[in-house]
Design a protein around this ligand. Structure first.
Ligand code: GLC
Length: 539
């Protein structure tokens, strides 16, 4: 029997470098800090790491604003540190996936600086989306697109004499100008960036906003007329032309030995559209955000799981499950919300109704047991193995997410899910940094959740994750085939996979356990019943 490629059932742990572990004491995590704590990740029992951006950056969007893709920001270390990280991962049998941010650069990137210095209509400007404004004096933006972070999607330049000039497009922060992927130099530039990192041994790329690189020709207004012709999506999302780019990249990856992968961050709702990114000559996997965004409801999960598996199978790709990341409220907090628990929507601040942490943790453990028992690959976000909630009462004065600023404080932003990790309950800064400094304050609840407070403690979230990951691997759950079981009643998710019966009790009432099966593990202590908001794996 030939072995399936590693990525088809891999569990991949996301490291958000500024919040993982700080070695130099400045309060920001760094690459030497990651290396120092790598055994924690290894011992958890995952297969690979995805590291969020560590490239040179003015840090207007926490490093997703890259000013040089081939150097490391001093905040995080040096290129030699990054090379040492690749080596340290490989020495432990872990793969390393790095982040690639191709939709936009930082406004401090050499390409954008050259574009600003050049005249309208110049080849330098053609690498981005510059356009004259509408209105009598060009005072209106070229179209009605808005920024994901709030406000206009365009900013108008002012020339050296203070005269208004052209506009440039930014779907995110004003310091993140969108690249023009119709320009061959942009494509070639990214070919070089891919090769630069592949030559350094990385095992793949997580591709940031992979569904937005190509814009509809002529940059039409995003309105009802357009969406009617385009089948719902806006002119900046999921354009068919984007697939040529991934075919081109796939050819480059395939020149390298080992199975190097592309994983799409594409918020594309229709599973059949998302699956197009996973055709055999394109990307390998894509995050399934419908699963992350699902309400805590048996029918919703079942529909999502079935539909996703079917759509991906049609193109021969595995499905990739995810519950938390650096852009979404952690699933402990999301599932502890009183209204529509689980649904991915606005973050929570100190003035909002607070989630129920105990309830959220119960559900989050059950949801993770569901995630890890589904066929395909899975992503874990640093700290979820500790059952961390978001910092939902973070005082506004600490906020750094551009969404908070660009939305005029309407959006709380994502800082709450990006808090530095607690390693040692009794150390300053909970052991995140040798000086005790942390770039965002940690909430009081993190102390009892520190790694050293949970390690070796039977029934702790950390020990449960270790156990689930070991079982998942031993039982081959990632490589199995799912069959639904309908005999457990309403509000219960039950399925067989690789000889394991999985039951997730979303019903709101305890459920008698089948007598003829042996319990392998559960998210809560069991008696004769499976409590509500709990999950069990049975053999
Ligand atoms: C992705 C990243 C997010 C970032 C955005 C712009 O969604 O995950 O953190 O702000 O792209 O690069």
């Amino acid at each position: 029997m030939t072995q399936a490629p590693w990525w088809r059932d891999a569990v991949i742990y996301q490291i958000y470098p500024r919040s993982f572990s700080d070695a130099d004491g400045d309060g920001y995590g760094d690459i030497p800090g990651i290396i120092a704590r790598l055994d924690h990740v290894k011992d958890l029992g995952v297969d690979a790491i995805w590291c969020s951006p560590f490239y040179a950056s003015p840090m207007k969007d926490a490093g997703y604003d890259v000013s040089d893709y081939q150097s490391i920001d001093p905040l995080f270390g040096t290129l030699a540190d990054a090379e040492a990280l690749v080596e340290a991962c490989h020495a432990r049998g872990l793969k390393l996936i790095v982040d690639l941010v191709p939709n936009h650069t930082s406004s401090q990137h050499a390409w954008f600086k050259a574009a600003l210095a050049a005249a309208p209509g110049s080849p330098e400007r053609a690498m981005y989306h510059f356009a004259d404004g509408r209105g009598e004096h060009g005072e209106l933006p070229p179209n009605n697109w808005t920024s994901i972070f709030g406000g206009k999607g365009w900013t108008r330049l002012v020339d050296a004499d203070g005269n208004p000039e052209q506009w440039y497009l930014h779907l995110f922060d004003v310091t993140q100008p969108d690249l023009n992927w119709d320009d061959e130099r942009v494509r070639q530039g990214f070919d070089d960036i891919l090769r630069f990192w592949l030559d350094r041994g990385v095992d793949g790329f997580r591709v940031d906003v992979a569904h937005s690189l190509v814009k509809a020709p002529g940059l039409p207004d995003d309105d009802a007329d357009y969406r009617m012709i385009a089948g719902g999506q806006g002119p900046m999302w999921d354009q068919d032309g984007v697939h040529d780019i991934y075919r081109r990249w796939r050819r480059i990856l395939d020149e390298y030995s080992g199975e190097r992968i592309l994983v799409a961050e594409a918020w594309v709702d229709v599973p059949e559209r998302l699956a197009l990114y996973l055709r055999p000559d394109e990307m390998h996997t894509a995050f399934n955000f419908r699963f992350l965004a699902s309400e805590w409801d048996a029918d919703a999960y079942r529909e999502c799981i079935t539909h996703s598996l079917d759509a991906d199978e049609a193109v021969g790709a595995p499905t990739t499950w995810v519950l938390s990341n650096h852009d979404a409220m952690r699933h402990v907090s999301r599932l502890g919300r009183r209204e529509r628990p689980g649904v991915h929507e606005a973050f929570i601040g100190p003035d909002d109704e607070q989630p129920d942490h105990a309830l959220g943790l119960r559900r989050a453990r059950a949801a993770t047991m569901m995630e890890l028992s589904l066929p395909g690959s899975a992503y874990l976000y640093q700290g979820e193995e500790l059952g961390l909630p978001d910092h939902t009462t973070l005082p506004h004065e600490y906020r750094q997410d551009p969404a908070w600023f660009q939305s005029g404080h309407e959006e709380i932003g994502r800082d709450g899910c990006r808090i530095p990790l607690p390693w040692e309950a009794d150390a300053p800064g909970l052991g995140f940094s040798p000086t005790g400094r942390t770039w965002l304050p940690q909430p009081g609840s993190y102390r009892a959740l520190a790694v050293d407070a949970q390690s070796g403690v039977e029934g702790s979230t950390l020990e449960l994750y270790r156990r689930w990951l070991r079982l998942r691997r031993d039982l081959g759950l990632g490589q199995g085939t799912l069959t639904w079981r309908d005999d457990f009643g309403d509000g219960v998710l039950a399925y067989e996979n690789a000889g394991v019966l999985v039951i997730v009790n979303v019903s709101g009432a305890p459920l008698p356990l089948p007598a003829d099966r042996e319990v392998l593990t559960s998210s809560e202590p069991l008696g004769a019943t499976l409590p509500k908001d709990a999950a069990v794996w049975l053999r």
